[in-house]
Each structure stands twice: as C-alpha cells, then as structure tokens.
Write a protein that binds this ligand. Structure first.
Ligand code: MG
Length: 262
C-alpha cells in the first residue's frame, strides 16, 4: 500500500513537470485584450500638442507682405539702407522703384539677419545692349556674403553657375525661369544661415531654397561657403549680418522688398 502511494506521487510530479515544460516552450497565447491595451497606451491624443501656439498673422495677397514681415523697401525711401561703406545709400528712388546708381557701391540693410524668408522683385534695364555678365547684373547678398545672382537671362548665354537663379559660382539654377527683358522678376528666398561653434569651426553649412517667378530654381542647396569673385567658396565664422544688394554697374531696379525672420 505504501509503495502504491509513493508511486502515485511520482506519477503526479512527473505529469506536473511535463506540463510546465510544455507551457514554457509554447508561444504566449494571443488574447483579444492585447491590441486593446496597445490602443490605450498610444491614443490619437498621444501624438498631439497644443502649446506653444503659433502667432496669428495676416498673410499677404499675391506678392504683398504678410503682417509680420519687415518692410525693407515699399517704394518710398531708403530709410532701411546704408551704403556698404557706412555712408547714406546713394541709389535712386523713382516711380516707386529702387534703381541702382552705378558706381555708388552696394547697399546694406541697417538691420542684421540670420535665418529668413526674403521676397524681392527686380527688373533689368531695357532695352539692354550688353551681353553675358554685363547685362543687368546685380546680386542679392544673403548675410552680405552669399550671392543669389541677378542677371538678365533672356537669350543671354553665360556660364551656368552665373545665370539668374544661381548661387553665384556654386550652383546653376534647376531651370531658367526668367521671363523678358524689362519685365519684373519675382524672387522668394528661404535661407538657413550657417552655424559656427565656439572655436569658429563650421557646425552646419548654409542651406538655400530659391523660387524665381514661382519656380523652384534652388532646392535646399547646401552652400560650400561664401561668394568670392575669384577663387573658391569658403566659410569664415560670423553671426547675423545685413542683407546686401550688389552694385555691378547696371541700372537694375528693385521693388517690394520684405523679409521675415525665421
Ligand atoms: Mg551679380
């Protein structure tokens, strides 16, 4: 009787051990509760936030400035500008246009800028007799150092990284979106300034997107450096800098210039 009892205990223990091994080796059973629990952990609201609230602004209509833009030229005066040498700007304001007075030098904004959205319209002199780089040449010098080319490019062959819409001497435009000599051309430029470290080393290069007459001509182009006329681009540490417009000896006109800090 005693032996029979011990034998029964052994059989029971062996059965329990086998059942445990089976349970350990089996994959966890799927239950309906698991997907439901996951849904509770990551709800639609889990990836939504409400603060800080973006400022409410009034967008401009067409090419007009939005309500938070800094107006750099509205057709009336040069109060936001100085000559590059610090003297009063000597370009001419007439008929609501800002016209380059050749030989008086480039002009700078009094205010300094970093990341920005810039709107600027230009018109090449008409009729134009010159060719190549002498036809309606000017330039939009972002942070005074990085040139987006202004050039009359209606039937005017030149080196492609010096065309209108180029990052001068660095990147040819994706298309020639210039219309006609004597017509207003519209630039919208989106600028991410370069970043420099505490030892003046380059941390991240400048990036620019340029839209000419509604056409993307530079698509997040990463700049190699500044815009020297002779030689190759390189970076030198700087902070916020004025926007500059280039005097390249032609009577190019500008209008409707506004900028937004980003
Ligand atoms: Mg130029």
């Amino acid at each position: 009787m005693k032996h029979l009892f011990l034998f029964s205990i052994c059989i029971l223990m062996a059965t329990m051990t086998f059942a445990q091994v089976q349970q350990t080796n089996s994959p966890a059973p799927q239950t309906a509760a698991q997907p439901q629990q996951r849904q509770q952990q990551v709800s639609p609201e889990s990836s939504e936030w409400y603060y800080p609230v973006p400022p409410k602004i009034q967008p401009g209509v067409g090419t007009k400035p939005p309500s938070d833009a800094i107006i750099l030229f509205d057709g009336t005066d040069l109060s936001k500008w100085v000559s590059r040498n610090g003297d009063a700007a000597k370009w001419i304001v007439q008929n609501g246009e800002l016209v380059i007075e050749p030989g008086t030098g480039s002009i700078n904004t009094k205010e300094y800028f970093g990341d920005c959205q810039l709107h600027i319209e230009f018109k090449s002199p008409a009729p134009e007799q010159n060719t190549g780089q002498n036809r309606g040449n000017s330039g939009i010098m972002l942070q005074s150092k990085y040139e987006i080319q202004v050039l009359d490019c209606e039937n005017n062959p030149t080196y492609v990284n010096g065309m209108v819409g180029s990052v001068y001497k660095q990147s040819a435009p994706l298309a020639n979106a210039y219309t006609k000599n004597g017509e207003w051309q519209v630039y919208d430029i989106f600028w991410k300034a370069p970043r420099f470290g505490t030892n003046d080393e380059l941390e991240s290069p400048a990036i620019v997107t340029v839209v000419l007459n509604g056409v993307v001509v530079q698509n997040n182009y990463v700049l190699k450096g500044n815009t020297p006329y002779i030689g190759f681009p390189k970076y030198a540490a700087h902070g916020r800098m004025p926007l500059s417009l280039q005097d390249h000896g032609t009577k190019t006109s500008f209008r409707n210039i506004w900028i937004r800090n980003l």
